[in-house]
Design a protein around this ligand. Structure first.
Ligand SMILES: C[S@@+](CC[C@H](N)C(=O)[O-])C[C@H]1O[C@@H](n2cnc3c(N)ncnc32)[C@H](O)[C@@H]1O
Length: 206
């Protein structure tokens, strides 16, 4: 379930899978950063990449799913052609296609949920792709969500704490945020529930 066919099928199953809005933790953490070159790893339908590009970032947006990328590119061209011109959409399996090292001022990975033997090398490679002075932002579903009554894949191994991700950082980093951040979400029946996002923000020392 972690490969291209799974994700292409997931995206084909609905005209739109995600909200179309940028992820709240990206907006909270990246709004104050000076635009440069960004990598959106696992960009899905592209809302984060479009938001970054609309703020002046040049974005490499990668995803394993070509179906998601076609949709993301169309959404960008329809909603913000100027931003669309600053985004390169690239199909890549980040487990095997490692991003260029020391190449990005911001690397953002939002809700890539993989078991530890896959996510540790993947997140390690994402960290290595941040240039000196740049920012790494990893956001994911916190393990406490498994008991929150919210629909989540019943695969405990794909959930992670911010401390587990911080422990993967090799070399000189300043960790600015390492927390389980609460967020309100709606249950399928419309009722409110508090979920927690793992948020790890670190700056690579120059
Ligand atoms: C839960 S979705 C999140 C999408 C987007 N980041 C967002 O927050 O709206 C996870 C995304 O990661 C992508 N993905 C999963 N495994 C991947 C891999 N090995 N390489 C690249 N992308 C991957 C999926 O296709 C999917 O679009």
């Amino acid at each position: 379930m972690f490969g291209k066919d799974f994700w292409d099928e997931r995206y084909r199953s609905k005209p739109r899978v995600w909200s179309g809005a940028p992820n709240p933790q990206l907006v909270a953490e990246a709004a104050s950063l000076r635009p440069g070159r960004a990598l959106d790893a696992g960009c899905g339908e592209g809302a984060d990449a479009i938001w970054l590009a609309s703020r002046g970032w040049t974005v490499l947006a990668t995803d394993i799913s070509g179906v998601a990328l076609d949709r993301a590119g169309q959404h960008a061209r329809d909603t913000d052609p100027a931003a669309a011109a600053r985004i390169e959409w690239r199909q890549a399996d980040l487990r095997v296609s490692v991003p260029e090292p020391d190449a990005f001022d911001l690397v953002s990975a939002q809700f890539i949920q993989l078991p530890p033997e896959l996510r540790s090398p993947l997140f390690g490679a994402l960290a290595a792709s941040v240039r000196a002075g740049g920012t790494l932002l990893i956001v994911g579903h916190h393990p406490s969500d498994l008991a929150a009554g919210v629909p989540r894949p019943q695969l405990p191994e794909v959930f992670y704490t911010p401390e587990e991700i911080a422990a993967l950082l090799a070399g000189p980093w300043d960790v600015g945020v390492c927390e389980a951040r609460p967020r309100q979400q709606q249950l399928p029946d419309g009722g409110p529930v508090t979920v927690h996002d793992t948020v790890l923000l670190a700056t690579r020392r120059a």
